[in-house]
Design a protein around this ligand. Structure first.
Ligand code: ZN
Length: 280
């Protein structure tokens, strides 16, 4: 199943992809839909997925897939090849930082380059969406708690990220992180264990990796985080990025107004975001 959150004249709605149509559901977004499906009986799940209208996928305006996650976690350095190319030791524990809901944008929204940063960079990442509440979960329980997968670009302001040893300020800018366009559930995509992840700038491939290279895979990260905080339906975990970011190039390359950033994952689709300057 493929789920999206789309903008309508009456606010956002969760939607289910059926062929080239998005069937509009009652829930206002995918996070609310997952929460309702988690708390109701199977019959209510059927009602939650019942169509109340439809729009053509190609005409849809996508909101952030999860407009209001209670928690958003990101994993730093998680692709083996990328860690080794940086001549670092493979870590024993995942590096984690957080983002806020205000940082998320839709899959086709303009990416506004903040006037206060000169080093806006890209990071294609597999996004894990939580479907069931989980606390202190085993690997198996973590696997069962994952609703499915989406695409995230953990757009990073490197000049701010590098000001201190904590990543947060370079990662938590308003409206900087594309998420979507769809959530692909586990029945369709399995464990997302070996998918190509790719980032293109104006059609030129900048990053290419495979999720099989993840040091801490989706279930491992979910299980680990659940040891210290409860994960809830609609929470989002971005699993880290492979090599090829702009800051790692010689010379360095950063995003400029007018460029188009494409963030793609095999079997899920792509986010396509045009870079625009901040007004005023
Ligand atoms: Zn990242």
């Amino acid at each position: 199943m493929r789920l999206a959150t789309v903008r309508t004249t009456d606010g956002t709605r969760a939607a289910r992809l059926e062929g080239d149509r998005l069937l509009l559901l009652r829930a206002p977004d995918v996070g609310a839909l997952l929460a309702s499906m988690n708390s109701t009986s199977r019959m209510d799940t059927t009602a939650a997925l019942e169509a109340t209208g439809e729009i053509v996928f190609a005409d849809a305006s996508f909101a952030p897939l999860l407009p209001r996650p209670e928690k958003i976690f990101c994993v730093g350095l998680n692709y083996r090849a990328h860690i080794l190319e940086l001549s670092r030791e493979l870590p024993s524990y995942p590096t984690l930082f957080a983002k806020f809901a205000s940082g998320l944008i839709g899959a086709h929204d303009d990416l506004v380059l903040p006037s206060v940063s000169n080093a806006v960079d890209w990071e294609v990442e597999l996004g894990v969406v939580i479907g069931r509440r989980i606390r202190r979960g085993t690997l198996g329980q973590a696997h069962d708690a994952i609703a499915g997968f989406t695409i995230v670009n953990d757009v990073s302001m490197r000049d701010w990220q590098g000001r201190t040893t904590q990543y947060l300020q370079g990662k938590a800018f308003d409206a900087s992180t594309p998420v979507g366009p769809v959530l692909v559930t586990g029945d369709e995509i399995g464990d997302a264990a070996d998918l190509e992840v790719r980032c293109e700038l104006d059609g030129i491939v900048m990053q290419r990796g495979r999720t099989s290279d993840l040091l801490f895979g989706p279930a491992a990260v979910v299980s680990y985080i659940s040891q210290f905080t409860t994960l809830c339906p609609g929470d989002l975990i971005s699993t880290g990025t492979p090599g090829g970011v702009g800051a790692g190039r010689n010379p360095q390359v950063f995003l400029e107004p007018g460029q188009v950033l494409t963030t793609a994952i095999e079997g899920i689709g792509s986010c396509v975001n045009r870079c625009v300057p901040e007004k005023g």
